[in-house]
Ligand binder design. Structure first.
Ligand code: NAI
Length: 248
């Protein structure tokens, strides 16, 4: 049964960082959420209690999105359990940094697989469903690095810029069926991905950010919640940078 109040979302990589913040926000916004990651979420019991408070549910599906069979199987399981999907958020992403002269094929391929090809597979798996329902929303998490580049991240930048071109093309393909596709491009956000940077590097980064601080995962989740909401019903094919003004 599809009641107008009940909303279903799939989030890739919801176990920590930005993905976990997105899962939390969607639960509070009244979604039932299925998240796909290799390990269960940090403080999974907190997510379960947020789900309970919001009278929603949160379900972890173990999945390595770099493995095509694992991803296709997880999408199938999520679809079977959910019955229908209103929102897909492709959030899972990795970095394998190296200057191009030292970059191994494996680091190039792995980053492209997780950050770009997995989004292709999830979108392909859900497009027919969303088109048939004549509703749906896809949000892909890119990065400012996909807009402006970064030394040592040719693989990551290619994957994140690729995600933008992919999303704009998909937005054009699906728009006539009322399915919206948008991109959120975070700047520097406090998560395990940026934790590895030492304090001097963080201070240097902060100095390049007009708002003068690193962002929080919840600020990215706010942008996702907005793009998923009826308030963004006339927005498709856009890239929303959540970066403290870095790329203005
Ligand atoms: P994170 O490293 O804290 O979390 C990454 C998430 O992706 C985790 O849930 C992890 O389990 C999942 N994941 C990674 N590889 C996977 C695989 N093979 N199979 C299944 N799940 C997998 O990263 P963070 O910072 O939360 O990043 C989330 C997204 O935001 C990524 O796409 C990242 O590129 C993007 N981003 C992050 C920025 C930051 O400053 N933290 C800046 C710009 C973009």
């Amino acid at each position: 049964m599809n009641t107008s109040e009940e909303k279903h979302a799939i989030v890739t990589g919801g176990s920590r960082g930005i993905g976990r913040a997105i899962v939390t926000r969607l639960l509070k916004d009244g979604y039932r959420v299925w998240y796909l990651s290799r390990t269960i979420a940090e403080q999974a019991e907190d997510l379960a209690s947020i789900a309970e408070q919001s009278q929603q549910s949160v379900t972890w599906i173990a999945c390595d999105i770099a493995d095509r069979t694992s991803l296709e199987q997880a999408m199938k399981v999520a679809m079977e359990q959910a019955g229908w999907i209103d929102l897909l958020v492709n959030n899972a992403g990795i970095t394998r940094d190296a200057l191009i002269m030292r970059m191994k094929d494996e680091a190039w391929n792995h980053v492209l697989q997780v950050n770009l090809s997995a989004a292709f597979l999830t979108c392909r798996a859900l497009s027919r469903h969303m088109v048939q329902r004549r509703q749906g929303c896809i949000i892909n998490i890119s990065s400012v690095v996909g807009l402006i580049g970064n030394p040592g991240q040719t693989n990551y930048a290619a994957s994140k810029a690729g995600l933008i071109g992919f999303s704009k093309s998909l937005a054009r393909e699906l728009a006539s069926r009322a399915v919206r596709v948008n991109v959120v491009a975070p700047g520097f956000i406090e998560t395990s991905m940026t934790e590895a940077l030492g304090e001097p590097a963080k201070t240097q980064l902060q100095n390049q950010i007009p708002l003068g601080r690193i962002g929080s995962a919840y600020e990215v989740a706010d942008a996702v919640a907005y793009l998923a909401s009826p308030a963004a019903s006339y927005i498709t094919g856009q890239v929303l940078a959540v970066d403290g003004g870095m790329t203005m």
